[in-house]
Design a protein. Sequence first.
Length: 253
Amino acid sequence: MPRTLLCLLVALPVTLAAQSPPAGGWPIHSLNRPRPPVVHPGGPAVVPPPADAVVLFDGRTLDQWRSDEDSAAAAPWKIIDGAVEVVPGSGGIHTATPFGDVQLHLEWMSPTPVVGEGQNRGNSGVFLMGTYEVQVLDSWENTTYADGQAAALYGQFPPEVNASLPPASWQSYDIIFRRPRFAADGSVTQPARMTVFHNGVLVQDHVALLGPTSHMVRTPYARHPDRLPLGLQDHGTPVRFRNIWIRPLGPRP
Ligand code: MG
């Protein structure tokens, strides 16, 4: 092995570790981090919208969504069989309405035939406030770093278990999100918190996020508005979504 390459390989984990405060003691995307045990769920939790929910996608229209490439433009994804499908390369989409603390329900499906592996198999993401990602990935018999598999808080916390269903199955996320609170000087008084059920199974339990989720490096909190749009990611694979609804939450009692 050339000496320069060897130096790079030796230096890389040190550099990443230096930039990335550990979550539970683990550097970001560590391949040594234990993978959560597999728990076969009974099926997706298909929950119709309650009366006070804002229906973001009912299978018929993307009126509630905009293009990440141009917020004035309609969402460029396509509707097929009552689902919205990512159009690879078209960019992500986000809601026209901004949200803060919410309960969110959605269902998603990984594409078939299965193409790629690791992070390149059925990758998308649910971005609370456009900033905090719950990973969407085909994690059925598909190995990747633990903090990047389905229902991970990307780059920070793996799910407690892998409750994935096979590709071409509908899967559900039920998410309770509390936005971070900032002091007037921009410092964090309360971190963002996330609770996630994957196919009805608890996988994130009131977890305090370390900051915005990102790739390769953990970035610190930066003060942002109390409400921001919800985003869905175009990661180059035609993942489908359906039955997306959201309930803005009042302050915690
Ligand atoms: Mg993703």
